[in-house]
Design a protein around this ligand. Sequence first.
Ligand SMILES: [Zn+2]
Length: 273
Amino acid sequence: MKVRVAIIGGSGLYKLLEKAEHVILDTPFGKTPRIDIGYFGGVRVAFLARHAMPGSMKVAHEVPPHRINFRANIYGLKKLGAEAIIATSACGSLRRELEPGDFVIIDQFIDMTKSRTYTFYDGTTTPKELLGVDKEDLVVHIDVTEPYCPTLRRILIEACKKVGVKYHERGCYVCTEGPRFETPAEIRFFSAIGADVVGMTNVPEVILARELNIHYATIAVVTNYAAGLQRKVTQEEVIEIFNRSMKKLVKVLEEAVRNIPGKFTCECDKAVH
Ligand SMILES: [Zn+2]
C-alpha cells in the first residue's frame, strides 16, 4: 500500500508516530534509515528521521549533516509512494525579528554547501530510468524559481494560524556545510546576500525532492540567534529550544497533513517530464 504523505524529522524530531510499522529500503543510492509508517492526524504517513543511521532500526541523532545520504532518503520515500513531503528543520536566525521559538515557512534557499551530492541526474541516470517518465536525457536542469511547493507552504501557513503559533510566512534559508556553526563574519555575509535563517540540511534535500517530482516544503524552527547576534551558539541550546517548540510543531504538522489535497494544482510534480 502506497504512502502519499511523508514527514522528514530534523534535529530534535526522531519519533512522531505512536504505532508504526518500520521499514528500511534498499535504493540504488544506498540504504535508508528506518522509516516509520502509520497514522498521524488521521492520515497515513511515512516518517523518516534525517539524522538516523542508514540500515539501522535504531533512530537517534547519529549522522552529521554533511554525511546524510539525502539521495537514499528522498528516493526511498518516493519508492514508498510519497507525493508530498513536509520537512522540519532547526535553524539559526539572522534577523532580530525572527526570534527563538518562531516558525518559518521557508520560501527560498542559498546553497553554501561544499561536498554534497545534490542531484540524481549526474550524467549516468535518465528520468526514464528513475521516474518512468518519457525522457531519456542524461542532462537534466530543473527549475527552482519557486523551490518550495506553494500548495504545501500555504497549508503550513494556515496550520500555523489555526494552531496559533508565532510564524513567518517567508524566509530565505542559507545552507552551510557544517558540522561546525558559522563565524560572525560568515553570518554578516549571509545576511548581506539576503539570507534570513541558517541551517545545514535543507540543501540538497529540497532539490532532490523536486528532481523526483515530489511536492516539498520545510517548516523551520528558530532555535537560536546565529553567531555574532548572541554570545555563543551551543548544540544543547538548539535541542532545548527545539524540544520546547515540539508540542506546537506536532500540532501544526497534524493540522497540515489533514489538509493535503488529493490532487495538487501546482507544478512541482511536473518538474521532470
Ligand atoms: Zn507543489
